[in-house]
Design a protein around this ligand. Structure first.
Ligand SMILES: Nc1ncnc2c1ncn2[C@@H]1O[C@H](COP(=O)(O)OP(=O)(O)OP(=O)(O)O)[C@@H](O)[C@H]1O
Ligand SMILES: [Mg+2]
Length: 273
């Protein structure tokens, strides 16, 4: 599996009216329309139109190089799409920088995690908390206590309570993955985009991971997960979008996708079924 760095760029696009947005966007956390991005002669994503539904887990699957991470990068403002629109809760995302899209409630993990390795686990979570929400809390010690209580609850839910005071750099690979999820929880994002969050996890960690995501979607969070492990995809997905060569070539219920021999052949290059 390859882990490449991606360039950040910005672009401006047209917006739809609020009334139009609210009627069209009901039940859709994210609406991606005709999104394309090429790198030189390589069409990384091509004319992608896809809805991410509210309060469910959508898996993005497809072979290496299919364009999954590029799709995330164009949603989150890390890469400028050549054409197309992205609407989150009726608001256009294209043209905004990553920090602003994060503020709007769309958070992601990266394949390389991007934690503060020389800070404690607790401080990594505290640092991710939205500064704007601090403003609404009482000042001083009380506010500090509230943040620490919330951090403790997040660390409990992500199985990291015992590691609160440890440096992030001392965590196991699986623990680092949970810390990256804890940091997203701390932001109170409403859409989570997770790039291979379960890669490298052991089976007990899978269970915790699945429980964690299931609890989040029950609270109304929308999750989109890029994943290669078909067991995890099967266990966790409410919907699946299948990408190949930059295009969404199938989308729908997991059984429809996972039982399609043509898709399985594309996924495994004809090597397995
Ligand atoms: N910044 C970039 N510059 C040039 N080419 C890129 C860039 N980012 C991605 N690509 C290319 O675009 C294509 C899609 O890459 P992408 O990383 O989106 O695939 P992916 O589906 O996430 O693959 P994987 O499952 O291996 O992570 C690949 O051919 C990749 O080499
Ligand atoms: Mg990728």
């Amino acid at each position: 599996m390859r882990y490449g760095s991606k360039e950040a760029e910005n672009v401006v696009t047209t917006a739809i009216s609020p009334a139009q947005a609210s009627s069209e966007a009901a039940g859709k956390a994210l609406r991606i329309s005709n999104l394309s991005k090429s790198f030189g002669g390589l069409q990384a994503i091509q004319d992608i139109t896809l809805d991410l539904h509210t309060g469910i887990i959508t898996s993005l699957v497809g072979p290496n190089g299919a364009g999954k991470t590029t799709l995330f990068n164009t949603i989150t403002g890390h890469i400028k799409p050549d054409t197309g629109t992205v609407q989150f809760e009726g608001h256009s995302l294209v043209g905004h920088p990553p920090w602003k899209i994060a503020r709007m409630g769309v958070m992601r993990t990266f394949q390389d995690l991007r934690l503060f390795m020389h800070m404690s686990v607790e401080d990594n979570v505290l640092a991710a908390m939205e500064p704007r929400s601090w403003f609404w809390q009482p000042a001083g010690r009380q506010a500090n206590n509230a943040r620490r209580e919330r951090t403790a609850a997040i660390l409990k839910e992500t199985g990291l309570s015992a590691k609160a005071g440890s440096l992030a750099g001392s965590l196991s690979y699986a623990e680092r993955k949970f810390l990256s999820l804890a940091r997203i929880m701390a932001t109170e994002a409403r859409l989570w985009l997770l790039d291979e969050p379960a890669a490298g996890l052991d089976p007990p960690s899978y269970e915790l991971f699945q429980d964690l995501l299931r609890n989040q979607v029950q609270r109304g969070i929308s999750v989109c997960i890029i994943e290669h492990n078909l067991d995890i995809i099967t266990a966790i997905s409410d919907r699946i979008a299948f990408l190949d060569q930059g295009r969404v070539i199938a989308e729908g219920e997991p059984s429809k996708i996972l039982e399609d021999p043509k898709l399985i052949e594309i996924y495994f290059g004809g090597g397995q079924s």
